[in-house]
Design a protein around this ligand. Structure first.
Ligand code: AFP
Length: 332
């Protein structure tokens, strides 16, 4: 398939102007997205700054507390969570915030009080890598809450709640913001000299095929037969392996270079490890909007899974459409 990606190296377009331009193209648009995305942009620039200064400020290392999943929190997990909540908290159109780091959602306002959206986020994905300067990131999904409900927690899990935008910010060798509002995928890079995310790729498309798989192969003995059979096939067919252990970084490479990212269910984690609402769904939306596929290891489209609880886990298989097809062929 032809690469329709447009590299934007002549016109300067900031994230904010890009979102405003998108809204102007839709008569009747409320400006909701620019309002929410400007808060996410501010929050992620602030988190990025903390990540870059991690050894200079005292923000590295573990806390004694565990998060809602029983995982040891890093200091930066908590700092990033606080930053996002303080940036999003004042946005009048957000009803609920759901964070990986908080057991309970933060209910800001009801639907009647103007809370039209919920924002789901993993403030600092891959944070156990932070002490060794590996790329980490923030993942988010924006969900429009049903118009007739009261808002709050029930609204988030309602079948009428619809994910309308998703993205991540990767704090890697450069800081990139990858975004979809349901109209393709765009990529912005933080220009530190002007403090703005600047559009660098419009209409990003994932390569249709690439012989790269990304999975934690150390868990081989606890994979199901379908996953093992796929890996055996990949070994016999000249595949390379790439695994960073930071979902944002692994998915980013997969989006740009192609291939497949797999976090399957294992005998220890029968439902998988990654979280549906603020890891799997946003990444699934991005990958699909870029022309790829995102399913569970039993072949269910991730965006079709109705969430039943806030911190639900799922298996994740996503990437180039031909590569996900190969994986699917080995599951029976
Ligand atoms: P941390 O945020 O605790 O580092 O976990 C990262 C993560 O949720 C995701 O980013 C990785 O893809 C996955 O865990 C790696 O898990 P394994 O270490 O089990 O491969």
């Amino acid at each position: 398939m032809a690469d329709t990606t447009t590299w934007t190296d002549d016109n300067l377009m900031s994230l904010q102007s890009h979102v405003l331009a998108g809204e102007r193209a839709h008569p009747g648009a409320t400006g909701d997205f620019s309002w929410i995305l400007s808060a996410i942009s501010l929050a992620t620039k602030t988190i990025g700054n903390k990540v870059r200064r991690a050894r200079i400020e005292d923000v590295l290392g573990e806390l004694s507390a565990e998060n809602t999943h029983g995982e040891r929190q890093q200091k930066l997990d908590v700092i990033a969570n606080d930053i996002i909540k303080s940036c999003l908290g004042s946005r009048a159109n957000i009803g609920v915030l759901v964070s990986e780091e908080d057991e309970e959602p933060t209910v800001l306002r009801t639907r009647d009080e103007g809370g039209r959206y919920a924002v789901f986020f993993d403030p600092l994905d891959g944070s156990s890598n932070i002490d060794v300067s590996v790329g980490v990131g923030t993942i988010f999904g924006i969900v429009r809450l049903p118009a007739d409900g009261k808002g709050g927690v029930d609204a988030i899990l309602s079948p009428d709640a619809k994910i309308v935008a998703a993205g991540y910010v990767l704090y890697g060798s450069s800081t990139v913001f990858v975004l979809t509002t349901g109209n393709g995928v765009d990529m912005f890079e933080l220009d530190h000299s002007i403090g703005s995310f600047v559009l660098v790729k419009h209409g990003l498309r994932i390569p249709e095929t690439k012989k790269i798989y990304s999975i934690n192969e150390a868990y081989t003995n606890s994979f199901g037969n379908g996953v093992s059979s796929y890996l055996q096939w990949a070994h016999n067919n000249g595949y390379s392996s790439r695994y960073i252990g930071s979902m944002v970084a692994d998915v980013h490479r997969t989006l740009l270079k192609g291939g497949i990212f797999i976090y399957p269910s294992t005998s220890e984690q029968p439902s998988g490890k990654l979280r549906l609402l603020y890891e799997a769904m946003p990444m699934a939306m991005l990958v699909e909007q870029a022309g790829g596929r995102a399913i569970t290891d039993t072949g269910r489209r991730i965006l079709d899974i109705p969430p039943t609880k806030l911190h639900e886990r799922t298996s994740v298989v996503l990437g180039s459409s031909a590569e996900v097809d190969h994986f699917e062929r080995h599951q029976s």
